[in-house]
Design a protein around this ligand. Structure first.
Ligand code: ATP
Ligand code: ZN
Length: 295
């Protein structure tokens, strides 16, 4: 039994747009979680860590106050909290550990379609991100007034509360349905793994190191491909020069002396053009496979 206080406490979004990506990441790292919908704490079955399942807006504060050791949160929520807390003199520091490559979104200003070429000067802009918006307005010297709303920001212009909005946008269909048009992207975001300041206990520190190594392996495996092909011996040099890999393996084939098998790990996507060039050199059985794990 691992003592609760030597476990790593990781704050994650309980349910929402980040939950699925977060749980997939832990699962890809080989961590089994004991998840019960109603429970706030989800202990791992095979690692000394537990998830605190909370609203995403609470995650930056939990880390900045040191109540949780790690957190998975969107940069939009993180930066808004940092600006807000910093302005009030509250603790606003954290360690950025890894960009997680999911939860990509943008925070944009949208205006009513009929005003879409107009200036923002003097307008009221409804938003749940008043600090990020104010910083952007100040940087550009635009005098507009942020109006803070916690939800349903896109209805504010119709309700007469504001002339424009500043909100997270994905496809733009919600904007269009409300007679709005995207004008300016003010912030781009993705999910981040963050950690609290201050030292961890030795056991926690060892767990974190192991977790980061596995995360790096998962990330690298996602980006990498395994290439297999048969190549004519005579053109081998040319074939190898086309492969985006430093250490390909070349092995003889049973049925022929004129061809060899080439296996290689590519750190990047293999383009159709490269595969076509390989075929033109006489290669056959060209396979590009995803890699599940890498260490
Ligand atoms: P909670 O109940 O946890 O407060 P929420 O409704 O505030 O949830 P979600 O809509 O689940 O939050 O979004 C969580 C995060 O997902 C956002 O802060 C953002 O970082 C990210 N995200 C990714 N794509 C989008 C999108 N299209 N719209 C909104 N958020 C997105
Ligand atoms: Zn939220």
């Amino acid at each position: 039994m691992v003592r609760t206080d030597s476990k790593l406490k990781i704050a994650v979004q309980k349910s929402g747009r980040l939950s699925e990506g977060t749980l997939r990441l832990f699962s890809d790292c080989g961590i089994s979680l004991n998840l019960h919908e109603a429970r706030l704490i989800a202990p791992a079955e095979n690692w000394p860590l537990e998830l605190l399942r909370v609203r995403d807006d609470d995650i930056p504060g939990l880390i900045m106050d040191g109540a949780a050791d790690l957190g998975v949160v969107g940069e939009n929520v993180l930066e808004e909290a940092r600006l807000e807390r910093g302005g009030m003199g509250a603790a606003a520091e954290y360690r950025l550990l890894r960009s997680l490559d999911f939860g990509h979104c943008r925070l944009s200003i949208a205006q009513r379609t009929e005003d879409a070429n107009g200036s923002l000067e003097g307008q009221r802009i409804a938003t749940s991100y008043p600090y990020l918006l104010r910083r952007w307005l100040v940087q550009r010297g635009i005098r507009a007034t942020p109006v803070s709303l916690t939800g349903s920001v896109e209805v504010a212009p119709r309700a007469g509360l504001a002339e424009a909005i500043c909100d997270l946008v994905s496809s733009g269909t919600t904007l269009a349905a409300n007679g709005l048009q995207e004008r300016e992207v003010i912030f781009r975001s993705q999910a981040q793994l963050i950690g609290r300041m201050g030292p961890l206990q030795p056991e926690q520190s060892a767990t974190l190191d192991r977790l980061l190594r596995r995360l790096d392996g998962v990330q690298k495996a996602r980006e990498s491909k395994y290439i297999m092909l048969h190549a004519p011996k005579k053109r081998l040099e040319e074939v190898l020069s086309l492969l985006p890999s430093k250490h390909p393996t070349v092995v003889p084939l049973q049925h022929t002396r004129t061809e060899v098998a080439v296996h290689a790990v590519s750190a990047e996507t293999v383009f159709w053009e490269t595969m076509e060039q390989l075929r033109e050199l006489g290669c056959s059985s060209i396979l590009v496979l995803p890699i599940e794990k890498m260490l």
